[in-house]
Design a protein around this ligand. Structure first.
Ligand code: DC
Length: 229
């Protein structure tokens, strides 16, 4: 039987990974797995239960008890937590902020990484492959992925995108403030003791600051077509 094809897309927050991954998965006919949404769903569950975000034991229990489903949807994919549609609730600034604690929890990462591996290997089999996006896909989740991309963009570009999203959501802020937030998130993502954001020697590093989502996804798609593995 042919091995499932895994496409790993890692990179910092706001580099456009989600939309690129979604578009690429659609072009390839693959399953799209947004791993950040899974960390966000556990964060939401922890906030709702007023958990101590520094207590690994509590967080582990919450992660185990959280059934997370990712379902394709337009324009956005849907995220369900224990059967409830939380697609919007997981995108609030409060969840974004608190997610750093959940992402640093070793037991939570173990649980989520193992679910992601299962989803990539098993759930994607009818599709022939999966596109997973996150921070540690090429390093920890699927170190043997056939394709590893590292999607980068300048702090300014990422902050501008984030500012647009926040404005759409009715949040009043400034570019300077968002740039500070983006830098702080990079620091946390890179210096996390486990599952930190890293390139692998075989990662294909792309800076798509000046490309549209369609162009970015097109470039990745073309690379995959030209390099069958
Ligand atoms: O990509 P995002 O902003 O939706 O990610 C939400 C949080 O989860 C963020 O704190 C980074 C973290 N994360 C992670 O630690 N590992 C992943 N594979 C994906 C996201």
């Amino acid at each position: 039987m042919k091995k499932t094809t895994i496409v790993a897309i890692d990179g910092p927050a706001g580099a456009g990974k989600s939309t690129v991954a979604k578009t690429l998965a659609r072009k390839l006919g693959f399953l799209h797995i947004d791993t950040g949404a899974m960390y966000r769903a556990v964060t939401l569950a922890a906030l709702r239960q007023k958990a101590d975000l520094k207590n690994d034991g509590e967080l582990e229990k919450i992660a185990r008890g959280s059934k997370i489903e990712l379902k394709p949807g337009e324009p956005e994919n849907k995220v369900y937590l224990n059967g409830e549609d939380v697609s919007r609730d997981i995108r609030t600034p409060e969840v974004t902020q608190a997610s750093a604690h959940i992402a640093s929890s070793v037991p939570v990462r173990k649980i989520l990484v193992s679910r992601q591996q299962q989803m990539g290997r098993v759930d994607s089999s009818p599709y022939g492959g999966a596109v997973l996006e996150g921070r540690d896909i090429g390093t920890d989740v699927f170190p043997d992925a056939q394709y590893k991309f590292y999607l980068d963009a300048s702090v300014e570009t990422r902050a501008q995108r984030r500012l647009r999203d926040l404005e759409k959501a009715g949040v009043a802020t400034t570019l300077e403030k968002v740039m500070e937030d983006v830098k702080a998130r990079d620091e946390r993502d890179i210096h996390r003791a486990v599952g930190g954001l890293r390139k692998t020697p075989e990662s294909i590093v792309l800076d798509h600051s000046h490309l549209s989502v369609e162009e970015s996804a097109g470039e990745l798609y073309q690379f995959i077509q030209q390099h069958p593995r």
